[in-house]
Design a protein around this ligand. Structure first.
Ligand code: FAD
Ligand code: AMP
Length: 513
């Protein structure tokens, strides 16, 4: 019988959490096995971040061409070829997946294709893993990182048939090249809004159906209002506070039956139903954590509704030497968070094996996030209501795109707001809607990570004319000094009482007079 291979670390799942962790571990000199049951790159590369942004790039270009007359450029007979756009999207995905494979090879990581499961062992002797693919293989690993991610949540009432009633995986499949005439989207969260935006720009009549009273409900109210306005201006219908009762494929169209979201359970049958019709329906109501068939129960690893419980600082599960990262832990479900958690888990796993590196503690104080709709929304750190809940007295500076020279030149609209602690002027968060918002937020994220204050930004020279001046002017607005905006800060100092210490390492700064 062939001897089982022994690894320092085995990683189950090769999404942005797993493939990134595998490279990081190899960089530290560890022997690594990476196990993947579908495609390297996981959701992000194959059915998430990348294919959506490749479609968006075409949609964006189309929109720019349509707006070209405003810039004095005449383009006649603008048209597009959707199958070609899908072909380009597939090419981008394939090339990036090949890139991930090449990187694993360059770092001499062994990639196993198949379903991975931990079948026994412990942190002392090593864990045994079984990989069921074309053949069944077994390996031993001293440490294991579970990075099995998530998949679209399927609830029976939505009747997803993958023909007309679709998940995001279906709509991003390499052979889905239809622009629906009428598209119904259930769920106006990040994913629902991104698809609504893209297909609207390719000409679909889009209706968003959302149970809560607003789309992208966790964002700043001012940002939500701006997005709703822009969506409505472009003809995207947003129906909020509606509960979907049923979704039915009627052969040549889909029918979605709804009632108002506030109707109590016992009155649902008698409530007035509203029927929405579309050619296709996208169900974008959340994600299921992929933790089935991993052998967790036998190892005593706790899960809650599928999500694997971990120590929030070390990311170790209740089984010593087994860590979990990314979507499967149900934390912040973003690709870069999964990758960051990969770094933390690798450092802690290898440290426990005696590798010469520092152990790490996960921190989520500074997590930038983007909603890639048109306009793009970027955010980082606290929102006003979160600061209020923490008892932090805040001050806010807002600056509109239409007051900035560069934004005017580019024909872009939007706004950026920065939130700071009233007493220390330490930056607590920022939200932005408009072209380039993720890049503007990146500067704020770096400032936050380093405990900087508003004055650190206002005393930094920003190149002119650039979009980065938005950050400068919004920071100046916090202290009522924006040069290109009249008056005091847009939102006056809030009236909460300063109750709690900051939940962050506070840099010593002088309290402004
Ligand atoms: P995943 O990427 O889900 O990867 C998990 C991998 O594990 C998969 O490849 C799966 O096949 C494999 N696997 C599962 N079980 C096993 C097993 N037992 N054995 C072997 N392999 C297994 N995030 C952003 O930051 N920016 C975006 O713009 C963005 N856009 C998105 C758009 C859409 C439509 C969607 C659906 C998501 C988007 N996300 C975005 C979220 C992002 O894709 C996820 O947060 C990220 O992929 C999570 O990474 P992960 O490594 O935890 O899991
Ligand atoms: P996200 O959490 O960003 O994936 O977004 C999912 C969105 O779907 C959230 O805004 C939810 O409120 C919404 N949602 C969940 N279930 C339903 C439902 N039954 N009908 C309409 N919207 C829903």
């Amino acid at each position: 019988m062939q001897e089982e291979k022994l690894y320092d670390i085995a990683i189950i799942g090769a999404g942005p959490g797993g493939y990134h962790a595998a490279i990081r571990a190899a960089q530290e000199g560890a022997k690594v096995a990476l196990i993947e049951k579908e495609r390297l790159g996981g959701t992000c590369l194959n059915w998430g971040c990348i294919p959506t942004k490749a479609l968006l790039a075409s949609a964006h270009l189309l929109e720019k061409i349509k707006e070209s007359e405003e810039f004095g450029i005449k383009v006649e007979d603008v048209s597009f070829d959707f199958p070609k756009i899908v072909e380009r999207k597939n090419k981008v995905v394939d090339e990036l997946c090949d890139g991930v494979a090449a990187l694993q090879k360059a770092w001499k990581n062994d990639v196993y294709y198949g379903h991975g499961k931990i079948i026994g062992g412990d942190a002392e002797k090593g864990y045994k893993l079984e990989i069921k693919g074309d053949k069944t293989e077994r390996i031993t690993a001293k440490r294991v990182i579970i990075a099995t991610g998530s998949s679209p949540a399927l609830i029976p009432v939505f009747n997803v048939d993958h023909e007309r009633i679709l998940t995001s995986d279906d709509i991003l499949a390499p052979d889905f090249d239809v622009v629906p005439k009428r598209l119904l989207v259930i769920g106006a969260g990040v994913i629902g809004c991104e698809f609504a935006d893209v297909f609207n720009r390719f000409g679909s009549e889009v209706t968003l159906l959302e149970m809560l009273d607003s789309p992208i409900a966790t964002e700043e109210p001012m940002i939500i209002k701006e997005l709703e306005k822009r969506f409505k201006d472009r003809g995207i219908r947003i129906k909020t506070s509606v509960r979907v009762l049923s979704v039915d494929n009627k052969g040549d169209e889909v029918e979605v039956k709804t009632i108002p979201a506030d109707v109590p359970q016992e009155e649902m049958d008698s409530a007035v139903k509203t029927v929405f019709k579309g050619d296709y329906c996208l169900v974008a109501i959340g994600r299921k954590k992929e933790s089935d068939e991993l052998g967790l129960e036998e190892l005593g690893i706790n899960t809650m509704r599928g999500q694997i419980e971990v120590d929030p600082l070390t990311l170790e599960t209740s089984a010593k030497g087994i860590y979990a990262i990314g979507d499967v832990t149900g934390g912040i479900m973003l690709a870069h968070v999964a990758s960051y958690e990969g770094d933390v888990a690798v450092a802690n796993a290898l440290f426990s094996l005696g590798f010469k590196l520092k152990p790490e503690k996960a921190s989520y104080r500074v997590v930038p996030a983007t909603i890639f709709a048109s306009p793009t929304i970027g955010s980082v750190g606290l929102r006003r209501k979160e600061a209020k809940a923490l008892g932090i007295q805040v001050i806010l500076g807002m600056f509109p795109y239409n007051s900035l020279g560069k934004a005017k030149c580019m024909g872009e609209e939007g706004l950026l707001m920065i939130l700071a602690d009233k007493h220390t002027l330490q930056i607590l968060g920022a939200s932005c809607i408009g072209e380039g918002s993720p890049e503007l937020i990146a500067e704020v994220a770096l400032a936050m990570k380093n405990g900087l204050t508003i004055e650190d930004i206002t005393h930094t020279i920003h190149s002119h004319p650039t979009m980065s001046e938005m950050v400068l002017e919004a920071a100046e607005a916090v202290v009522g000094q924006a040069v290109h905006k009249k008056g005091r800060p847009y939102v006056p100092i809030m009236k909460q009482i300063y109750l709690a210490p900051l939940p962050v390492e506070v840099k010593e700064v002088e309290t402004p007079k």
